[in-house]
Design a protein around this ligand. Structure first.
Ligand code: PLP
Ligand code: COI
Length: 355
């Protein structure tokens, strides 16, 4: 695939050594290509200086939310190299999301070449400090210039990048999560398993309420019975109950997280009993009451592995593991970040090095 590269003539100062936060600073370039259904392919692939995007006021994305995205990171290793973690999984998930929203597919080999070329151009932006990385945000949207509601004929695909620190201000310290009993995030048959912007827009009201009460994010229940645990706002969730690691099964309304999948694979290899199954709120609250809930954590690209120190349901607060990070959570964090930052040898074939 041909990617035209136009370098910026005004490179920005890199913010290294400063507080990075999450997704506030952007690199010098972005990747862009266009799709047209009549042409039947993506075209005009290019890396250009980072700039605003200009859209027709009737563009599909502005009216009907025809948008999907991904999130993955490039990591700086001790020896100064830059590497990606399981990018092919993000590419596959993006194509699944695209299928759900009637957006076009990007062939896997092309997508991988695009990711690698873009990161190679921006690799000097990968920060060096402990716990930092270069967050990549690929996104695609429908861009027909007409108000009819239909599967789109024109789409745009971009990648932007942002040097980041931790997602939560708490870093690796335990976060407080509120179990949401009013709004729901997704239902089976809907778009819960797709990474589309609309899922996040619909989550904001509950997230806002939780923040006002001092909680970092909400824990969603299933959208039909409000009986089963699903996931947190921007991460999947895992519990250690009486020695068993339980994570909600992928029933169609939960995002199939790549960190979740990696945690399941790592824990299974370590010999833990790991169950991907339905977990009812009743089972969880009973475990919190009788002390068999040993640990709880969220897992996601942005949040990595994030211990949960408190869960709140209908204003009743439950402290998990004395509000401290648990043994399994810490071990998972160390192993996963060890592989990502190249401190631990990757025996799984998860790492893709950037030249
Ligand atoms: N669930 C939601 C709603 C998310 O936004 C994310 C973040 O991407 C995840 C789960 C975790 O997915 P991953 O581990 O692939 O980042
Ligand atoms: C990620 O972990 O990559 C996410 O997409 C979370 C994001 C919504 C901040």
């Amino acid at each position: 695939m041909q990617i035209k590269i136009t370098k910026t003539t005004a490179p920005k100062e890199k913010p290294f050594g400063k507080e990075l936060g999450f997704g506030k600073i952007f690199t010098d370039h972005m990747f862009h290509m266009k799709y047209n259904r009549e042409k039947g392919c993506w075209y005009d692939a290019e890396i250009v200086p980072f700039a605003n995007i200009s859209l027709h006021p009737a563009s599909t994305v502005l009216h009907y939310g025809s948008e999907i995205f991904e999130g993955l990171k490039a990591y700086r290793t001790k020896s100064g190299n830059v590497q990606l973690f399981r990018p092919i999984e993000n590419i596959r998930r993006m194509n699944n999301s695209a299928e759900r929203l009637c957006l076009p597919q990007i062939p896997e080999e092309d997508a991988l070449e695009i990711y690698k070329t873009f990161v190679s151009v921006e690799k000097d932006w990968t920060p060096y400090d402990e716990g930092t990385s270069l967050y990549l945000r690929p996104f695609m949207f429908g861009n027909d210039e007409s108000l009819g509601v239909h599967a789109v004929h024109n789409a745009d695909f971009y990648i932007i990048a942002s040097p980041v620190g931790s997602y939560y201000k708490e870093g690796i310290n335990p976060v407080k999560i509120m179990i949401e009993d009013e709004d729901v995030r997704a239902v089976r048959g809907g778009t819960g398993y797709a990474k589309c912007g609309g899922n996040y827009a619909a989550s904001n009201r509950a997230g806002e309420r939780a923040e006002q009460k001092g909680y970092s994010q909400v824990l969603w229940l299933d959208g039909v019975e409000r009986k089963y645990i699903e996931e947190v706002g921007a991460m999947n969730v895992m519990f250690k109950i009486n020695g068993e690691v339980v994570t909600p099964a992928l029933t169609g309304s939960i995002l199939p997280g790549i960190t979740r999948k990696s945690c399941v694979e790592l824990l299974t290899k370590e010999g833990y009993k790991v169950s991907e199954r339905l977990l009812s709120l009743e089972e969880l609250t009973n475990a919190m009451k009788d002390g068999t809930l040993e640990e709880a954590w969220g897992c996601g690209t942005a949040a990595v592995v994030s211990p949960i120190g408190e869960l709140c349901y209908k204003d009743i607060k439950y402290t998990v593991n004395g509000g401290k990070i648990g043994e399994v959570t810490q071990k998972l964090y160390d192993t996963l970040t060890g592989i990502q930052w190249g401190k631990i040898e990757d025996t799984h074939g998860w790492i893709v090095k950037i030249d």
